[in-house]
Design a binder for this molecule. Structure first.
Ligand code: BG6
Length: 491
């Protein structure tokens, strides 16, 4: 028994965590360039009392590792060869919006940025890896945020359409799968990066830009993003009909288990699923705005009204496929505050789970939660699914033999992949598995190099030093065996 023929086996990274070259060949800063870790509440921007605007102001005491990252901008050819060496038939990365439209509001694109991605896509295709491209992986150009307030401003829809139209035309025929906004359903947990939104008109405390972003601006951003998402689907179908387009949802919170059978916990767990995932994925996949949001808007004292034309656009332009990340499950207990980070939400420890990723991050490991998630999503959306992120971050150093024996990572993927297969046996239409971070990159959540996900090690450290040399870890060969056998070695 193996996986279906043509199953996508690959890995996923993002431009802002991999490329570096943050100001090279015309690129301007994006939102992640001013943050050390997207969970940070302290972005490198400051309020200018004269202009009444925020402007970039990096903290000299902080190491913004993403500015150089792992130098993928100059090394992607050798890295992609290493990926192909594992047998990948697909590979996911993002386009840095700001390489193509540096400030985001230009009429004409930056040819150097377009050329860079031409070469990268050609390299992937030559190596037999079908490209999967995230159109923005937390990569809203900073200028759009400081000048326009980001996605709360409907002008962003026009700038975005200009960007995606350029992309779909330029790369027509070269990309198998496009994803719109990475983990955009995390926008209420991380409004600045995931929602690309900032209150710029009379912020209540300019020294706390994130805390000063109003609920109304966040819901306006939700509104505009849903319109932009539908416009993107439409444009993709018109301009590159052979490509498929998906949403990209962090879906760990689909596996929100009530901690016990107390009906109050069951209802609260359902609400957590809704407000962490479905409030965003239902519009993108079913073309409807969930009815429970009216109650949410009333409680928040905000308005969120869609015109008839917008509702029609959203209804008629749902995504082709559901694409998502899954890292861990969560329990819900009314007395426990849900903690949030890039892996999703987490409540009380689940006593039934056997494994836990090692400290300091210690994320729960729940491979069956992935099977559960696939089934819930299959029953809800009836769409092909791709797991475009799943992986484990470990604090690792080379041993005396100059290698890393990352047995825990091998175990992690084995168990998750077995459960993907179980989900397929259950009847779920899962088409691909993309391991997150097949090469060490800068951690999104913490901004560190220390949190490594790779099958390939990169010599770079938290203080920024390192040769950037690449070395294969032991798990590299295990993933290769799994792929070579189309999963059969596990079944
Ligand atoms: C996802 C993001 O939330 O989690 C990735 O899409 C990120 O960008 C991944 O790297 C893992 O999170 P972290 O914080 O461990 O890098």
């Amino acid at each position: 028994m193996s996986f279906p023929k043509g199953f996508n086996w690959g890995g996923a990274i993002a431009a802002n965590q991999y490329e570096g070259a943050w100001l090279e060949d015309g690129k301007q800063p994006n939102v992640t360039d001013v943050l050390v870790g997207i969970m940070s509440r302290d972005p490198g921007i400051k309020w200018n009392e004269e202009t009444k605007k925020y402007e970039m102001c990096l903290n000299p005491k902080k190491a913004y590792l993403s500015h150089t990252a792992v130098d993928g901008y100059h090394r992607y050819k050798e890295d992609l060869k290493l990926m192909a060496g594992m047998g990948f038939n697909c590979f996911r990365t993002s386009f840095a919006w700001g390489r193509i439209f540096p400030n985001g509001d230009e009429d004409q694109p930056n040819e150097a940025g377009l050329k860079f991605y031409d070469d990268m896509l050609d390299t992937m295709n030559e190596l037999g890896m079908k490209p999967c491209i995230t159109l923005s992986h937390y990569e809203t150009p900073l200028h759009l945020i400081t000048e326009y307030g980001g996605w709360s401003n409907p002008k962003l829809i026009g700038f975005w359409k200009n960007y995606v139209t350029t992309v779909f035309k330029r790369y027509a025929g070269k990309v198998e799968l496009y994803l719109t906004f990475n983990e955009v359903n995390a926008m209420f947990r991380m409004p600045l990066v995931a929602g690309g939104v900032l209150t710029i008109k009379d912020p209540k405390d300019p020294s706390d830009p994130i805390g000063s972003t109003t609920e109304q601006d966040k819901w306006d951003a939700y509104h505009n993003i849903l319109v932009a998402n539908a416009e993107t689907v439409k444009l993709c179908h018109e301009l590159d009909p052979n490509a498929k387009i998906g949403c990209m949802m962090t879906s760990s919170a689909v596996a929100t288990y009530a901690y016990d059978c107390n009906p109050k916990n069951v209802i609260a767990a359902m609400e957590a699923q809704r407000m962490n995932v479905f409030y965003m994925s239902d519009p993108m996949c079913l073309g409807i705005i969930p009815t429970y949001l009216k109650k949410v808007w009333k409680a928040a004292g905000v308005t969120c009204e869609f015109t008839e034309d917008e509702l029609k656009l959203i209804k008629e332009n749902t995504v082709d496929v559901y694409t998502f990340s899954y890292y861990r499950s969560t329990t819900y207990d009314l007395g426990t505050n849900l903690k949030v980070d890039t892996g999703g939400t987490s409540g009380k420890e689940n006593p039934f789970l056997v494994d836990k990723a090692p400290k300091p991050w210690g994320w729960a490991v729940d491979p069956e939660g992935l099977r559960y998630t696939c089934n819930i999503l299959n029953d809800r959306y009836h769409k092909p699914m791709y797991i475009v992120e799943n992986g484990v971050g470990l604090d690792e150093n080379l041993d005396e033999n100059g290698t890393i024996d990352d047995a825990f990572r091998a175990h992690y993927i084995e168990e998750h992949i077995k459960n993907v297969h179980a989900a397929i046996e259950d009847g779920c239409d899962v088409r691909g598995y993309y391991y997150w971070g097949p090469i060490d990159v800068v951690s999104a959540g913490t901004g560190e190099m220390k949190k490594r996900y790779g099958f390939v090690y990169v010599d770079r450290f938290n203080d920024g030093h390192g040769t950037l040399e690449r070395k294969i870890k032991k798990s590299y060969n295990r993933y290769k065996e799994i792929i070579e056998s189309n999963g059969e070695v596990l079944l």
